[in-house]
Design a protein around this ligand. Sequence first.
Ligand SMILES: Nc1ncnc2c1ncn2[C@@H]1O[C@H](COP(=O)(O)OP(=O)(O)OP(=O)(O)O)[C@@H](O)[C@H]1O
Ligand SMILES: [Mg+2]
Length: 282
Amino acid sequence: MAEQSPAIRVRDLTRDYHRPRRSLLRASPPVHALRGVSFDVAPGERFGIVGESGCGKSTLLRLVSGLDRATSGSIEIEGREITHLSTRRLGFLRERLQLIFQDPMSSLDPRMRVADIIAEPMVGLRHPISPGRVEELLQAVGLSPEAATRFPHQFSGGQRQRISIARALSVKPQILVADEPVSALDVSVRAQVLNLIADLVDELALTLVFVSHDLSVVRHVCDRVAVMNEGQIVEMGPVDEVYENPQHPYTRELIAAVPTLDKALAGSGAADLAAPTGADQP
Ligand SMILES: Nc1ncnc2c1ncn2[C@@H]1O[C@H](COP(=O)(O)OP(=O)(O)OP(=O)(O)O)[C@@H](O)[C@H]1O
Ligand SMILES: [Mg+2]
């Protein structure tokens, strides 16, 4: 029997950015945002990526999502090499992989109604949008059906992130990629949005790639984690193991530096964790 291919397979990935020349005589040195990154993510796995600002997390996600091009190395999504595909042939990725970004305000078009925002990724796909699909998605993320006719500014940060999640799920992707999805949110709603993501990933059996600078956040939703520093993975393993027994000095620093979500969660009590996901509605 053929082995199931990984949902994501990354090998020796590099990405250099060339900055504009500072002067005619002196070229600026390139930024080596990724310096040979390799990992696999199994179908259904929740894979975290942590590291401090500038270590290359977003660059890695952009490459994996086909939004940017590698300098060298390979990326396979569900067994299909994407590094050399033309933009047009990358179209299939849209139905397989969707993204959630850090700032739900700047990633939602303020002039569009929520129903259109959520339906947008479905436009142009082979399957017509089924009636009731938007309401179904709103319900799945804990928003009321009336949200459909409103605009993004009429919602809180946590609610806007719920709208982004509904949009990402609209095309029924297999892979969800989240870039610091709760970092811009109030501490009080972080746990709720994290739990929503974890529950939906579970329910829909999605593969999750989740980026954060905070290992305690990653620990809350992921099975396995890669720790990145200066464009490289310095440590990778089951998230509890890495968290409780970090091997690399950089990982230890990272754990010591960040105030942990655990404390916030302990403060809010276990009852909040189990609260219905719509709890941050007015
Ligand atoms: N379009 C670009 N042009 C030039 N340099 C870039 C570009 N995008 C990223 N970089 C550089 O590449 C490096 C990695 O950036 P990246 O945004 O991937 O980091 P990050 O880990 O996501 O950081 P943060 O936690 O702040 O989001 C940084 O040095 C950044 O300045
Ligand atoms: Mg980033």
